[in-house]
Every structure is written in C-alpha cells, then in structure tokens.
Design a protein around this ligand. Sequence first.
Ligand code: FES
Length: 512
Amino acid sequence: MEITALGHAGLKFQVAQSTLLIDPWFSPEGAFLASWFQFPENQHLLCPDLLQPTAIIITHEHLDHLDTWFLNQVPTHIPVVIPDYPSPQLQNKILVAGNRPIHIIKAWTPWKIAEQIQVFLVPEESPMNHDAAVVVELGNRVILNLNDARLSTPQLHQICNQLGKPIDVLALQGAGASWFPLCYHYPPEQQQTLSKRKRLVKLNYMMRAIAAVNPVMVLPFAGPPCFLDPELSQFNQEMESGIFPDQQQVVAWLREQGIENALVMLPGDRWNLEHQTQSYDPQWKDFEFGAHRSYLQAYASRRENIIASFKENYPVPQTSLWQNFKAYFEHLLSLSPYFNQQIGMKVGFEIEGPGGGQWAVDFRPSSQGVFQKIEDCAYRYRFSSRWLVPLLEGKLTWEDFFLSLRFSAWRNPDQYNDHLLGLLKFAEPMALQAVEKYETTLSSQEMITVQSGGKTFQVQRYCPHAGQDLLHVGEVLPGDIICCLGHHYEFDLTTGKCLTGNCPSLHVVRTT
Ligand code: FES
C-alpha cells in the first residue's frame, strides 16, 4: 500500500492490483500557454503501466491538474472522477481529450474505485472557487489530498469526524498558484514585500490545516512551477523568497515551526503507508534544490523547441479584433446584473500588437457598455493581441491565461475584485447564479464579540466574502481591523468596510 509522487500535484495510489491517479500532469508543453513546467521534470515516469490505472481523479480545471495531453494517452474506457461543481466546464475540458466515462461525485459522498480504494470529495464552501479536496481510503489507511483547495477549519474537522480514524498523510500545496503580485505594477520593493507576505499566508494556512487534522505525515506538493520560456524566466526568482517556495524550503519552514513529520517527495519517490518508509527514485541521486538555477538552464534548453513551436500556433491577428471584443463583452455584460453590480467599475484592456487597441468595458449599471476609449478605468490589463484571439474564441479561459503570467495589470484603488475574475472565469449563467445565491443568502444575523484595543465590537460571524467563520479565522490587527484568514480580506471594525477587496461590508456594532 503506497503513494508515489508523480511530480507537482500528481499522486499515484496503489493497493493490490488497483491504481488510482490524482491530477497527473506530464504534458511536455507544460501548462498555461507553455509558461508553467513541472519542477523537477517528471517525464521519466511515463511508462505503459502508468497509462493503465483503474481510475483518475481530476480535482479542478487548472491545467496543471487537468492535463488533456496525458488523458489522450490513456485508453478511453478508463474512467475519470470529478467533483460536482455548479458548472460543466471541468467535464467539457476533459471531453476535449476524447469520450470516456466521467463520474461526477456529490460532495461528501463515498465512491468506491476498487476493492480497497474508496474516496470522497470535499469542495470549498463558496461556489466562487471550484477547488476540492480528495479523501482517499486505501485499505485501512487514509490520505487527505487538499491540493489547491483551502478548506475551512470546520470542514477539516468534519472530515476527521466522518473518517473516525487518524489521517496517515496530509498532502497540501506549499507554493502559490497565482499571478498576484507578480503581474501587477508595483515598485520593486513593494513587489517583493507583497510576494513574501503571500508566501507566508500560504505557509500559515498549511499550519492551520496541519493543526486541524493532526496527520501522521505531511506532504507539501502541488508546486512550485518553473518557467522555461526566457520571456518569463524572471519568475523563477520567486522560488528564492517569493510565492513559489520549493518543497525543501517548505519542509524547512515547517520544521522551524515545530512540525517534524513533513516529507520531501520528488517525482518517482514512494511512501509506504504501512511501514512509514520512503523509497527514493534514483533519478534524483545528484539533484540539489539549492542548484536549481543550473538545473533550470539545462531544462529550458531541452524545452526550447517545444516552446517555440507552441507559440507558432498563436500567430498575431492580421485584422482588428475590436468587433469581436465588443460582441464578446456585450454578451458577458448580459449574463448577470448581480456580478456587474459587484464589479462596479470600468476595466481597460490595452491590447498590444496587430489587431489590438485600447478598449474598455464599463460594468457600472448606470454607464454600462463596451467602449473604444480607455480613460477613467480603475483596472487595466495589458497583453499581446495573439492571446486575445483564443480568449475571445473560448479556446482559452481567462483564468488559464492569467496563470500564464503573460500579461501585466494595474489597479487603483489597489483592491482585489473577486467578482471581476469570477465573471471572466465562469462566463456562464449556472455558475454565476450559484455564486449569487450563495452570497445573497449568507447569514449576517449571527454576531460574535470581538475585542480590539480596549474596545468591544459585535461583528457578523460569517465573513461576507465567502462565508468563513470569523470565530475561527478572524484575526484582530492593530488599528481596529479584523482580517479574515479565509482569503485575507481585511475589514474596518468601526465601519465594517472591506479595506482590501471589492467585498460587501461586514455588519459591525461598537458596544463599548
Ligand atoms: S471567506 Fe474569503 S476573506 Fe473571508
């Protein structure tokens, strides 16, 4: 009974003759427009046996988890198991790699994969994020694979209660999967500070999850990515102190916090659940995390031709994209008055190169429309016209594009606009309605008492962003601010106003 690391978030579970794969990512083109690549490389694991699993679980639609190149190598009778999200996007993306059985599993419902393999899936609470944890019961052993999902502490406790036995391995993401702050216009020093802070936020979440489930072993995985296109190679610096720490750094940090039971597993390394022993893939005999610069140089030259021919598939357009842009965003504006109102600003698009222009989309109900003038925008994106073509044709999702880091952005006020990303990434009524329903029915009735600097406040218990319980994840900061550790939105305790994002206010009353 063992787990094999497949690289990045890929894991293989084996018991007797049955094999389950979760999120295998092997594409030689990497992911997100050939920008992310597996670190370190995992191609040596591709063999006929790996392509004949009993089943594959795909946790969510990010392309470093859903690899259609890999699925194309797997016989079409092998089923894929996915969470039940309020949108068919994940299912549709899997079908691109050919027709095969897809089992859509309801949250918390056990699903038998084989004689000694059973799973259940736990999506994040808010339908704004389509991420889900996988609980794998392998014989009498249990693995909780959080991958990119940020489950709340009550959800983690509920998993432990549902299992009624210890968790043998907790696998969770140690490096970020984000374009913030890397693609935003900040002075270099501020950029570094924000990046370090984001790294710490991710590591602190790991600590909370570890404390909540108290696993026998911890496995940091699902990153970091590396960047082999010379246009993006500056982002490899993020491994050093920014948002993409490597596995060894994460384990070292956890050790400093007193967590001694964390593992570094490279692609091909195996963990025996019964004997609690690790077997090392000889491939990594001479590998050193500290020497990643020379490793990446050689890796980049092995992928140079692949990246060049990938880009040739996205030629710059020869005619103006304005009419297509206008039609695309007019349709988007018609999908959800609720989202338009929540976005509540004008967004500019500076499309560089042939076919491009300076265009804007105004989401404010009183001035809504798509325009050829870009002034007065509170948010701006800048990128090459070659990427706008697949975005407008629906061949590339906005979130996959943003994760490619092949753009830059500017915003004023400097606040995260969750609904802007939500509208762009879902762009279909069912998923948008699920978010609207969830957010408009969040209870603001129940209040908790919060002390700050000698003052007392009654505060709405559930965060207005995505409903996490502030009793567990509310941290009071200097200056009468409460930070929701769910996604780090900060609220002014005296007014309830959200200070860091485009989010409804928190219901607050000062009592003393
Ligand atoms: S639930 Fe997202 S910040 Fe609170």
